[in-house]
Design a binder for this molecule. Structure first.
Ligand code: ZN
Length: 244
């Protein structure tokens, strides 16, 4: 069983389709939230995901678009994009987004899936080993897959010291799961923020119990042109070029 692990698509259909093509065949998708917000194709991204066997968590941008979060919490560009997105979404896709869970049942016995963190699934950013360490107390499985920061990373739990270490998620080199506990962020499909503009994702092999992280170039200019046509904020358009 081969699972496509994706997060933070942010309505970037060009990036999503490029990732799917690059991944080849897979049996299911596990999506870690923020399907919409920022990008030009919210309906198309939701409809593309729905073609597959899918497990999907809600993200803070998904909730903001629905009015489940106060838009005042967002910066002006993100707020404008959220309002634009709400106007675009079909009733059917709004309902689908509304039904996305904050907490997902354990998958394949080993995996916890969240958008932000196990402690605060919608909001918390796990950006340091200190925050990761606290969060290892908030899930029971071996592995937690999370998104939200748009930065690929691997945290390992060091049991003897009740500590966590951080390391870059290696590209195109499998991580094998054993008895170690880990928190893994596959990075963002539609708006990377680690200074690398390529779309990010991971493939999980359930039989071999390994995960491989990939980066793939996509037609950034195409997404940018579509964002311009939709009159989305210039800063959101430009940042895609820099992966920030
Ligand atoms: Zn996001």
């Amino acid at each position: 069983m081969r699972i496509l692990i994706i997060s933070d698509i942010h309505a970037n259909l060009v990036a999503l389709e490029t990732v799917m093509q690059h991944a080849g065949t897979f049996d299911a998708i596990w999506c870690l939230g923020d399907i919409v917000g920022y990008g030009p194709h919210p309906n198309e991204c939701i409809e593309k995901l729905r073609e597959y066997q899918l497990v999907c968590a809600a993200g803070n941008h998904d909730w903001a678009v629905l009015g489940k979060l106060d838009l005042e919490e967002f910066n002006p560009d993100a707020r404008r994009a959220a309002i634009w997105t709400r106007e675009q979404l079909s009733a059917r896709n709004l309902d689908w987004l509304y039904a996305l869970p904050e907490d997902i049942p354990t998958q394949a016995e080993k995996f916890t899936l969240v958008h932000g963190s196990p402690r605060y699934p919608i909001w918390e950013y796990v950006l340091t080993p200190a925050v990761a360490r606290i969060n290892f107390d908030f899930f029971d499985t071996h592995i937690c897959l999370m998104g939200h920061t748009h930065v690929p990373v691997l945290y390992r739990y060091v049991r003897e010291e009740h500590a966590a270490t951080a390391e870059p998620l290696p590209e195109a080199a499998p991580i094998h799961f054993n008895h170690e506990r880990m928190m893994i962020n596959p990075g963002s499909v539609g708006q990377p923020r680690d200074g690398d503009s390529r779309a990010a994702y991971a493939l999980l092999e359930l039989d071999a119990l390994s995960l491989t992280h990939y980066r793939v170039p996509y037609d950034i200019e195409k997404t940018q042109t579509e964002m311009q046509a939709a009159n989305l904020p210039p800063r959101l358009i430009q940042r895609l070029s820099y992966g920030w």
